[in-house]
Design a protein around this ligand. Structure first.
Ligand SMILES: [Fe+2]
Length: 434
């Protein structure tokens, strides 16, 4: 095994020595990491095949390749080891990039780090100052709260954006960015062509999605698109939050904000529509952009709202509300370290000074099992009896939240759930699932 790896590595290395080191037109930049995979992307000026060499050392030993000629390159590396640092480089147009590293996703019992920032448009020098400081905190991935560029249809602005996040400080080459689309992207096709984000929703769109990382769940929403109760996004979100309920931490990020003092102020449509879902399903924190400052609001009905919008756009002056805990007009990002039952977050200015640093404890919540309204941890006849009692005899509401009785996951607790449970328990019907 050792011998084979050695010779395989040598064979991989041999042609690399002959290649000049250079950078492609954009990137390389990473997307969508899991415990066993990651996506490597780059752009070239002229048509080219796609080649990535990767491995546990700079000997690489593995190669992913697509011979189809393109200028928009994206390769998914698979069968990787969890929580492992890999070396990689891209081969393009007879040249090769420098060596870079990435880290695969951690398992649910392993601490991890991530950063949040947003509104990077307009002032590249301010954006670069934030990025240069952020890389020194070595995040495993980054959440971007939207408005990457001022005009999402202007290719020259994307050139500046990628030059900034792929600067010599090696940020996007080293850790993936996850985005919440902003109003300045304007649903531009360029946004969707550049990024390779999750699309785990019925519309298979990258504009809203979710992913697990470690012990946590992350949800990105597109509040430029319909999000009312009858919308596909709302229905998907409710089911997603049901399924994520038992995660230690649940984070949501989106561009606009339901609680904000100053700037664009609070979006009351989001507050009235989405905040009840966040509260019911015990979302821990909601990150937003759009109002260009840092502001921590709440917890409001259990949910903490953080404005992380000082990524480079011209700053606004924050105001204060009764629910505002800290606010500051400054370029910044927010650094998170997540442990088994707590996390620490801190707002970091571009000079490295830290403000608003706090330890946050995981919420104490009873496990949610669909179809288990009596909350005894099993789905059985006692749950049917419980639902009959609740619906017809004035019995207690299903606990810990009414969704535990919503066996068919349609958002209501009614006779259909009894029918669903009878089918599951006695007729081989499907298990309650969202
Ligand atoms: Fe915005």
């Amino acid at each position: 095994m050792l011998k084979r790896s050695f010779w395989a590595g040598l064979l991989m290395l041999a042609p690399s020595f002959a290649l000049a080191q250079d950078l492609p037109q954009r990137g390389p930049y990473l997307s969508t990491v899991s415990q066993n995979s990651i996506i490597v992307n780059w752009r070239t000026v002229t048509m080219d095949s796609s080649v990535v060499r990767y491995g546990l050392t700079t000997g690489y030993g593995n190669e992913e390749k697509n011979v189809t000629l393109t200028t928009a390159h994206s390769l998914t590396l698979t069968s990787l080891l969890p929580d492992t640092v890999y070396h990689y480089r891209v081969l393009f147009q007879g040249k090769q990039t420098p060596d870079y590293t990435f880290r695969t996703g951690v398992t649910s019992d392993t601490p991890f780090k991530f950063c949040v920032y947003g509104d990077t448009r307009t002032q590249a020098d301010s954006h670069l100052a934030v990025v240069n400081r952020m890389v020194t905190f070595d995040p495993y991935f980054v959440l971007h709260t939207g408005d990457l560029v001022a005009n999402g249809s202007d290719e020259s602005q994307w050139a500046v954006y990628f030059a900034t996040i792929c600067s010599s400080a090696t940020s996007a080459q080293r850790f993936p960015f996850y985005y919440a689309i902003g109003n300045h992207e304007g649903e531009s096709p360029l946004y969707y062509s550049y990024f390779y984000l999750p699309h785990n929703n019925p519309d298979s769109t990258e504009s809203y999605y979710s992913f697990d990382y470690g012990n946590s769940h992350f949800v990105s929403l597109d509040v430029q698109k319909p999000y009312g109760p009858s919308s596909a996004q709302y229905q998907w979100l409710r089911k997603d939050l049901v399924n994520a309920y038992n995660k230690t931490f649940v984070f949501v990020f989106m561009h606009d904000h339901p609680y904000c003092a100053g700037g664009h102020n609070s979006n009351l449509g989001i507050r009235d529509t989405l905040c009840p879902l966040f509260e019911t399903f015990k979302v821990d924190m909601v990150f937003s952009g759009h109002s260009h400052f840092y502001q921590r609001n709440g917890p409001i009905n259990g949910v903490t709202y953080i404005m992380a919008a000082g990524g480079g756009a011209p700053l606004y002056t924050p105001a204060e509300s009764s629910w505002t805990k800290y606010a500051e007009k400054t370029y910044h990002f927010v650094d998170f370290t997540v442990w088994a039952d707590s996390l620490k977050f801190k707002m970091v200015r571009t000079d490295g000074s830290i403000r608003d640093s706090l330890i946050y404890q995981a919420q104490n919540k009873s496990p949610l099992l669909l179809g288990d309204p009596n909350s005894d941890g099993a789905i059985n006849v006692a749950d049917i009896i419980y639902l009959v009692s609740y619906l017809f005899k004035g019995g207690p509401l299903p606990l810990p939240i009414s969704e535990s009785g919503d066996a068919n996951c349609d958002g209501k607790v009614n006779v259909a759930d009894i029918v669903y449970l009878v089918a599951y328990l006695f007729k081989g019907g499907p298990k309650p699932v969202c």
